[in-house]
Ligand binder design. Structure first.
Ligand code: PNS
Length: 167
């Protein structure tokens, strides 16, 4: 069984992420989308969605792929890979900025364990898409409906309206 992990915060999941999950699903027997729920890097208050909400949205979005599962994790990605017996971490690369950052992480993860990192080049039609930009553009009323799954778009619209009303 060849198992890969796609780690991230996915706040929220975008169509760019889904493109990577689907392509990873074609390369591996099983893909586990690992939702980081660590509090250290970004406090939960800086997230727009809770970990449960992020897990739920991803779960619904990956339902077309029977070999893609979703799990939350805390701690190191490499420890999670060891725990679930995954041989690879799959990440998308949008450009040189991602590459510089991801190369360092891949090398650190290789130092920590024997898990391989596999990079998939982002589909050019989605190379400008990030969760952060989607949230920023949506918060100013820009149209991000084509950049996230429809159910995510609905929840994003509701959550941003709640935030703007101070809820
Ligand atoms: O790029 P993202 O979406 O913000 O990534 C989030 C996540 C959870 C994947 C990242 O913060 C992470 O890898 N956290 C686990 C801690 C870890 O393994 N750090 C060492 C990386 S070399």
């Amino acid at each position: 069984m060849r198992r890969a992990v796609c780690p991230g915060s996915f706040d929220p999941v975008t169509n760019g992420h889904l493109d990577i999950f689907g392509r990873a699903a074609a390369l591996f027997d099983e893909v586990v989308v690992a939702v980081g729920v660590n509090k250290s890097k970004s406090t939960s208050s800086s997230r727009l969605f809770t970990s449960d909400e992020r897990l739920e949205m991803i779960g619904a979005a990956v339902s077309p792929w029977p070999n893609v599962k979703v799990q939350g994790f805390t701690g190191l990605v490499t420890d999670f890979c060891r725990e679930i017996e995954a041989q690879a971490i799959v990440k998308g690369l949008r450009g040189s900025g991602d590459y510089d950052y991801e190369l360092q992480m891949a090398q650190m993860n290789a130092h920590l364990t024997d898990v391989e990192t596999v990079f998939l080049m982002t589909d050019p039609s989605m190379s400008f898409v990030s969760s952060s930009l989607v949230k920023e553009v949506a918060s100013f009323g820009g149209d991000v409906s084509g950049l996230v799954p429809p159910a995510v778009f609905e929840r994003l619209t509701v959550r941003l309206a709640e935030r703007q009303q101070g809820a």
